[in-house]
Write a protein that binds this ligand. Sequence first.
Ligand code: PLP
Length: 432
Amino acid sequence: MASALVRVGLRENNTPVAVRGQGVYVFDNTGKRYLDGSGGALIVTIGHGVAEIGEAVAAQMKKLSYVFRAHFSNEPAEELAQMLVSEMPVGFSRVLFTSSGSEAVEAAIKAARQYHHERGDHGRHKIISRLDSYHGVTLGAMSATGMHAMKDAGSWRPLQIPVRHINTVRCDDCPFHLKYPSCQTFCATELERAIIEEGPGSVAAFIAEPSRGEEPPPDYWPTIREICDRYGVLLIADEVACGLWRTGRAYCVDHWNIVPDLLTFGKATASGYAPLAGLAMSDKVLDALVNGSGVFLHGHTHSANPMSCAAGLAVQRHVRANGLDRGVAGRGEILDQALRRVVAKHEICVATSGLGLLRQLALRPPRGTNLTIASLVLEALSMRFGLISQYWKAGDRVGFQLAPPYIISDSQILELEERLDRIIPAFAGWLA
Ligand code: PLP
């Protein structure tokens, strides 16, 4: 029994205790093996137990374990930043490292507000984001998060920032019951209607994940970019989950060739070997800050922690040296085929979608099912059958969020399929 408070919920007292990880597998203290179908929280890319990462962190610890960001930058932070921006869309040259995605989102929201302020546009303080989105747990990031049940669960309202939520893009389950292309991407133009209703002079930024396993139609993101430009609203691409090759491109926005104004990244940066995330500022935003007050008074004690950056640098080198970045698209196609077979086999499965190794599998339980309970049951069954996954619920669906490490082999994808083939009938049995 775990006594560390890792989770408050139905399973609190029987959370397994993990002791070891190897490749795509995690082992608990009873010796049970779990296939890591979601890279934990969409984070593990190079697999568990890669010795060279530990060696790089140990070497850094011996050389320089800590300096405060206001006094120094440090070598691994500089080298990693160079590596990351070299693959970012044109116009990005600086990054600010944080320890978590929530902190990166906080920094993005603050930078967006400061950008307008520096330019004399003092009224722009609101944020627009999307329903069902996840941007983190700190109060600012949670204000942007569109999973309202989460905010209500802890009675945390009122939250800190005025945020308006628009619908997300879901072509296989359109919230407007429209069909692409005759819908003329109504879900994207909802942003314009929201900006007008809020008052364009009051909106600082629109924040969204380029994909969390949806496949937006080709004109969705270009339309969003255009609307933001038309109303002077900054576009924050939250790539904490989808960035750094997870979807088969260096950054997910590359699928549509759009350039955001602020870009957050996170999970894949250090593949879970250390807490590391960050915010990249476009030159447009940076110049406004530099030419204005000249300061961005924001940072944490552990911003750009040398050991986290050493882990990130070693992970990013490993990814490139082993061609894992270029391999994601092909791995993703094989996973997609497996998930399509799962949909065809089980009546309760209604759709699968995604890009690269960030995919969703949607299940539709009978009308009236409590979807919060259903997703907890799905999770408990997955753990019982030895599959690590993440879960979501939207509309009348619940589903698996799959994001295995980039190293997953063909036979391990088959193994994942076999586990889903056991979990899904058990879930259908629970519902019956
Ligand atoms: N943004 C996105 C898109 C995320 O997926 C997450 C985490 O799941 C976050 C922000 C928050 O990151 P963290 O849990 O590291 O604070």
